[in-house]
Ligand binder design. Structure first.
Ligand code: XMP
Length: 179
């Protein structure tokens, strides 16, 4: 798997150090809340979520949302589909949404809108990566660990065609792999 990577963009140790900082911010911002509902967006947020949330010493409740916007390629489809039969109960609650990357911004915008429609009191968003580009949908993430250029990346939860999510770092694939 590592031989398919052109360059490592963000090394594992760098991610880990940064997660300590983001986790402490989340702890401090939500310390007064009775409990916090976390909603992770599958599957991209899985690795980020597991590593980040174990650093946040609050009474978290954790749910996941299955949302599709990419459909296997390297370009966003522009449409956000909610794939779950049952969505998490968020009425009157503070919700922290976790995703792997803010790209066009459509996913986080659609998920935040949906959670407010379902009665959430407050929705905050947190991403591992923010792509430096113009967004199709308004809004930046409330917490973002790293800003990257407008290039396709894999690893640490992010995939190409379903693969590479388990790389412990964020990297760029060789062109020969994308084909
Ligand atoms: P939007 O455009 O809605 O995108 O902000 C969010 C979702 O698109 C996927 N995405 C990527 N996946 N490498 C990936 O593996 C990338 O560079 C990339 N950019 C966007 C991802 O699923 C994210 O949740």
């Amino acid at each position: 798997m590592n031989e398919d990577i052109e360059k490592v963009l963000i090394a594992e140790e760098v991610i880990e150090r940064r997660l300590d900082v983001i986790a402490e911010r989340i702890r401090a911002d939500f310390a007064r809340e009775d409990s916090l509902q976390v909603v992770g967006i599958l599957k991209g947020a899985l690795v980020f979520m597991a590593d980040l949330l174990r650093r946040v010493p609050l009474r978290l409740e954790i749910e996941c949302l299955n949302v599709a916007s990419y459909h296997g390629g390297t370009e966003s489809s522009g449409q956000v589909d909610f794939l779950d039969v049952k969505l998490p109960e968020v009425k009157g609650r503070s919700v922290l949404v976790l995703d792997d990357i803010l790209d066009t911004g459509r996913t986080l915008a659609a998920v935040s809108e949906k959670l407010y429609e379902m009665g959430a009191r407050k929705v905050k968003t947190c991403v591992l990566l923010t792509k430096d580009k113009e967004r199709a949908a308004e809004g930046e993430a409330d917490y973002s660990a790293f800003e990257i250029g407008d290039e396709f990346v894999v690893g640490y939860g992010l995939d190409y065609d379903g693969k590479y999510r388990n790389l412990p770092y964020v990297g760029v694939l060789k062109e020969s792999v994308i084909g």
